[in-house]
Design a protein. Sequence first.
Length: 448
Amino acid sequence: MATSQAVIHNTESKDYDAFTKLVSTAKSMCEVCGDEGCTSVMATAVPFFKEISLVSFSCEGCGNRNAEVSFCGELPECGVRMECKVAECAHLNRIVVKSEYASIRIPELDLEIPARTQKGSMNSIEGMLSKMVAGLQEGQATRKDSDPQSYAKINDFIALAQSFATGAKLPFTLILDDPSGNSCIQNPYAPAEDPFNSVCRYARTREQLLEIGYNPEPITEKQEDDKSEDKGGESITAQGVDFSKPLTEKESEELAVIDIPCYACGEMGKNKMCVCQVPHFNNLITMCFECDKCGYKSTEVKSGGGLAEKGKRFSLAVKTPNDLARELYKADTCVICVPELGLEMETAAMGSFYTTLEGLLDKMYCSMKISNPFGSSQSPQGKKFAEFLDKLKGLKEKLQFTLVLDDPLASSFISSSLDPDQQLVVEEYERTEEQNDELGINDMKVNC
């Protein structure tokens, strides 16, 4: 029987390094030569991404080596599709974390690596292409004599792939699609938006859930009990609806229930909607979807009413702790700016929600921390990003900054209890043609 040796690394860090506690080694048989090799397993975490397990095997007898990355923790809520444009040689150094359920496509190379044909891995774009070229070159000596035609075609393909890997032929596009949501492409521009990588998150289909090993099942009794656990807190009501309780309780006339297909499994679920009036603002529509078949849940808050003729910009000078308690609503079309940090979060970032200013700062911090998995404190880029996050987190204590909500549809707002409010400036402005085009207003056809 193989024996194992474990080495415990004690650490007092409360950050991601705290997850790295155990590195174990075990003697195991080599699949190539049959001699005794060594397998090492280490639990670690990619900063601002998630926990992973690194497994590597090496055999001193024949030199066989391999490595694998597996993912720990909870399954992400959505699948992810990334489309990265490699436009310069520096982009070849981007790190790609790929799970075994991810597929890779490079249209310019007419290359597709299907899901579940490779193990989970972590490599640069250059390293990924070089590894693929090395795999193709292994059988070329045999093909040269047995199948000269295939040998010539593969040689041409290898030459083209090598020109991509070395940066001799650019640009090209790398498309990574992972229904498990456990893959990522490094953003070297963090905390700023990556101009060369577009990220799209989507709800999984029932077939995709089955493919990654999650069989959709009805809600268990324990999950039913969890839904009724939250009984404390103050009662929050609007238009006759108590938002401190589930929408299934005391359904009123203002609550609309519509049966629609579930985004995850395709079975019919219930979408509950109600309208509440926010003083000195528009109606807000609260939507809650729940599927009894697979347990999928989602909530949304949308602005109601007609299309505003002008855009609206709110500028709040935050000076006192009371300002952190101001309520606000951020719509999908709203841009968030903090000039003192040089921070600007584009439209659709974090979705739409109703919260306080303090809650907004917390959501911004968590969103940026989670969405930048390679912000490691060990690299210069990581140190710069960590300093930026510290400044963002310290805004609640500093209380000397400006928050700007710029919404071309005027669907967002910041509350005010003073009249006039010297700290809040509200400006209306004419939308540009570019904004009208992005919002689809130019394409609207209205019959008078």
